[in-house]
Design a protein around this ligand. Structure first.
Ligand SMILES: [Zn+2]
Length: 387
């Protein structure tokens, strides 16, 4: 989503484009002048700063379904309350991404753990909170079978949400990969892979992008060759509940760095893992690795699963004209369960502790202390924004 300041900047750029267009139309002589002018316009429209935001796993457990039905007056599933406190942060980014860890089965029955199926209104609430893209390559994407996996893609299309990671069939994946998003005139390539599908066979011709080094390298190359100025690789990986990344994650991250990624963003362990800025000497650029953002919304009860982190990244155009990762910071949030007047689950930013229900304040403190310890002891050049 575009913040006000960048809207103004965008308007200024548009004005510059109009001026360029007027100038070039005065001086243009035939087709060459016209195409020069088009190139100049495209160049002028390119932003020199981009802010991309990422959040972790949007889960959907049984108690969340019940709460949403209650919030919808027993008639429909309403998630409007879930994200209102965090939405301004999400909307402040130029583009925001979360992992949708539930198929959108289409009902009328919906299910929580272990085989998820969520109503479309869940994705609508995420969209209204400011998210632009849903990642769908995760271990739950086949929970409700091939039909639901395919429907998830078509439903997200209808809802106007970008999505990557699972595809109705190989024709669809051939059509949709590489996925390159024009964000403020900058071409950003996004890729998404999962370690597996919980042992559920991938049937019906569905293409789930599995972690496979050949596929990742091939698709990164294809995305770069198709004109992406930045490469964002998102991964569903790691070991659940481990707060430190394992060797497999480290080695795969290095492989993806070596293949030219700018951002590597992970989730799945349901707890946060470290965030590190590393350097790619060959391409003379810094690269951000976020091993796990933890949960975005869930009904998980363990201390470390009660919340998660969002990471904000700033990409800047250098003097050589190339976009590069420049800076990242994070914030944490806590999932408040329904209590008192709160009918629904809510993502509560850590800087708004007054919204934590009285009975959950100690769980909130335990989650915060544990997440902070992981980041303090392990992060490299990624610090908290709201101290
Ligand atoms: Zn997962």
């Amino acid at each position: 989503m575009r913040p006000i300041s960048s809207s103004i900047k965008y308007a200024a750029l548009s004005l510059a484009m109009v001026c360029l267009s007027v100038l070039s139309s005065c001086g243009a002589r035939g087709n060459t002048g016209a195409s020069d002018s088009a190139a100049a316009q495209a160049e002028a429209a390119k932003a020199d700063t981009l802010n991309l935001l990422f959040a972790g796993d949007a889960m959907q457990h049984g108690p969340q379904l019940k709460a949403a039905l209650r919030a919808g007056g027993g008639k429909d599933y309403n998630y409007d309350d879930c994200f209102t406190l965090i939405a301004p942060e999400v909307k402040a980014a130029d583009y925001a991404v979360a992992n949708l860890e539930v198929p959108l089965g289409g009902g009328p029955e919906y299910r929580g753990y272990p085989c998820f199926s969520a109503p479309d209104s869940y994705a609508i609430a995420l969209r209204e909170a400011g998210f632009d893209m849903m990642l769908t390559a995760n271990n739950h994407c086949m929970d409700s079978g091939a039909k639901a996996a395919k429907r998830t893609c078509s439903a997200l299309d209808r809802l106007g949400l970008d999505h990557i990671g699972t595809y109705a069939d190989s024709t669809e994946s051939a059509r949709r990969i590489p996925f390159i998003k024009d964000i403020k005139g900058v071409k950003v390539g996004f890729l998404n892979y999962t370690y597996g599908t919980n042992g559920i066979p991938v049937t019906g011709g569905v293409d789930v992008a599995l972690i496979d080094r050949d596929r990742i390298a091939r698709e990164m190359k294809k995305t770069r060759e198709a004109g992406a100025e930045l490469l964002v690789v998102t991964l569903h990986w790691g070991v659940e509940y481990n707060q430190i990344e394992n060797r497999t994650q480290r080695e795969l991250a290095q492989f993806i760095v070596d293949n030219g990624a700018d951002l590597i963003i992970g989730a799945h362990p349901h707890v946060v893992q470290p965030m590190k800025v590393v350097h790619n000497a060959r391409e003379n650029k810094d690269v951000l690795i976020v091993y796990s953002l933890g949960n975005f919304l869930s009904n998980m009860n363990d201390t470390n699963c009660r919340g998660g982190a969002l990471v904000r990244t700033r990409m800047v155009r250098g003097q050589d004209g190339k976009m590069r990762f420049d800076h990242a910071d994070y914030d944490t949030f806590f999932t408040a369960k329904p209590e008192g007047a709160n009918k629904n689950f809510r993502v509560v930013p850590a800087w708004m502790p007054e919204y934590i229900p009285a009975g959950q304040k100690s769980a909130y403190k335990r989650f915060e202390q544990s997440a902070q310890k992981i980041f303090d002891e392990n992060n490299v050049n990624v610090s908290r924004r709201h101290k």
